[in-house]
Design a protein around this ligand. Structure first.
Ligand code: SIN
Ligand code: FE2
Length: 204
């Protein structure tokens, strides 16, 4: 493992190929129960290029009526979110090292042209807990900076099976995905990428 910045910890190849394929199978079941939806920016209504769903007791959603938030049900079906797969919980235990389980696992699906602008993860009450980010499928160019927008940034290629823990002094760092890279793992159909972020939402 490698400390990219204080509290920002990179675990290359955390999951081997067999575990990655098993996790993708688990996620197929998640998406059947909780279909991918297109979130929208709270003020402008502009759609994200990433499609999302969640598992866990809470899921992250965004639209023009309620803004960024966590809620217990899917915004379109109204159903509760499915359970977080065991492999993802194992990643939380082994890399997050936090004394409470995650409540939300956001599933981001990136088609080859999708991206994610620089942002902070700050909709959680418990900022002592890390965010544990799992990459599957196509590689991407991940970018991070400090706690203020517009400062200097660095980037790193994330590959299928890699984990990044966003915690400690980096818990509120700006981060995003510049682009999906061609020619990597074909685990996700059509050259896509899936990112899971495990989060503790409620203050313990
Ligand atoms: C996110 O910040 O929600 C996603 C990061 C990633 O896709 O690697
Ligand atoms: Fe994020």
């Amino acid at each position: 493992m490698l400390e990219l910045a204080p509290g920002l910890i990179y675990h290359p190849d955390f999951f081997d190929r067999i575990e990655q394929a098993a996790l993708i199978e688990d996620l197929r079941a998640v998406v059947r129960a909780a279909p991918l939806f297109t979130p929208r920016m709270p003020r402008t209504g502009k759609p994200f290029s990433v499609r999302m769903t969640n598992c866990g007791t809470l899921g992250w959603v965004s639209d023009t009526t309620g803004g960024y938030r966590y809620q217990a049900t899917h915004p379109e079906t109204g159903a509760q979110w499915p359970e977080i797969p065991d492999l993802a919980l194992r990643a939380w235990r082994e890399t997050g090292a936090y004394h409470h389980p995650p409540e939300a696992c956001l599933v981001n699906y990136y088609a080859p042209e999708a991206r994610m602008g620089l942002h902070q993860d700050r909709d959680e009450q418990d900022l002592a807990a890390p965010v544990v980010s799992i990459s599957l499928g196509a590689s991407c160019l991940f970018r991070w900076g400090g706690e203020t927008r517009g400062g200097s940034t660095k980037s790193l290629r994330l590959h299928s099976g890699d984990i990044v823990v966003i915690g400690g002094a980096s818990r509120l760092c700006f981060h995003g995905v510049d682009r999906i890279l061609p020619g990597g793992s074909a685990l996700v159909d059509g050259g896509g990428r899936i990112n899971l972020t495990l989060r503790r939402v409620s203050a313990a």
